[in-house]
Ligand binder design. Structure first.
Ligand SMILES: [Zn+2]
Ligand SMILES: [Zn+2]
Length: 293
């Protein structure tokens, strides 16, 4: 887990919410977190990223497995999978612009959104590899990790809203199957609702990373007058009767929330909300966490 927070990270530079204040002050219950990204590997030798956050440079500097080989520019990064065109998931692509040893795998919709509306992303054009929804592709140039992108209910990024309508290819989950064991993981950082397709993917996985952006629907409104509610922003809240926690609690295997906004009370390890998540057997992802499928 390279980065477990949503866009802005924790603390967010312009935010004085309680979590950000405590994280800045070094409160051990509210450790700092970077913006959302995961690294996956079948063998510890070749790696792929799920999303490239604005913090990717710092994240890779802390991930020994992803360091270039000494004396070379040979980097064990194979693929960067992009699950939506939100700034916190794609800005790191520009940070990784040198040499482009890697592929960027996403849908044609997301690729075109980036290339057509952001001239800087055209630097990366040769690296893009567009896949259709549910079309299998292999990670790490190996045979072990078979991946697919599937549609989840979401929201077209704010910066694209006026330019292009929403589409099923705009917000994705990633399923990865280890073909050696048959075990699956799913990464779904932006989920507006748990529709039947999304639920089936989560239920069929042994390890799942689920949108934990907000605890409650009005969370941002309490910090910023006029802010939209969580679902309008494309994120199903964790808490409450209709929240994701009530449904995820019963699933076997491991479930982790990721992509937490800095306002989310679960980021305070001592909060009642964090205790509730733990009590129901769900985990809150942390930067630097290593998990084995
Ligand atoms: Zn995001
Ligand atoms: Zn904050």
């Amino acid at each position: 887990m390279l980065g477990s927070a949503a866009g802005g990270g924790l603390p967010q530079w312009n935010c004085g919410c309680e979590n950000c204040v405590r994280a800045r002050a070094g409160d051990p219950a509210v450790p700092p977190r970077t913006q959302p990204s995961l690294a996956l590997s079948a063998d510890g030798a070749r790696w792929s990223l799920v999303n490239a956050s604005p913090d990717v440079r710092h994240q890779l500097a802390n991930a020994k497995g992803l360091w270039p080989r000494a004396g070379t520019r040979d980097v064990p990064l194979d693929t960067v999978v992009v699950t939506n065109a939100d700034i916190d998931h794609v800005l790191g692509l520009l940070v990784l612009r040198e040499a482009l040893p890697h592929r960027i795998v996403t849908t044609a919709w997301i690729r075109d959104a980036l290339l057509d509306h952001n001239a800087a992303f055209r630097l990366l054009e040769p690296a893009f590899h567009a896949v259709k929804l549910d079309e299998p592709f292999l990670l790490d140039r190996g045979e072990a990790l078979e991946a697919r992108l599937f549609p989840v209910p979401g929201k077209v990024p704010t910066w694209l809203a006026a330019l292009t309508p929403n589409a099923p290819e705009a917000t994705l989950g990633l399923r990865v199957v280890d073909r050696r064991s048959g075990r699956r993981l799913v990464v779904a950082p932006g989920v507006r609702s748990l529709d039947s397709g999304t639920w089936a993917e989560l239920a069929a996985s042994e390890l799942r990373f689920v949108d934990g952006t907000f605890w409650s629907a009005d969370e941002l409104l309490r910090h910023r007058p006029g802010a939209p509610d969580a679902i309008a922003m494309g994120h199903l809240p964790i808490g409450g009767r209709d929240g994701s926690l009530a449904r995820l609690a019963g699933l076997p295997g491991r479930t982790l929330y990721l992509h937490m906004n800095n306002t989310n009370p679960v980021l305070d390890a001592g909060s009642a909300e964090a205790a509730e998540v733990r009590r129901l057997g769900v985990e809150i992802a942390m930067d630097g966490m290593e998990l084995e499928l």
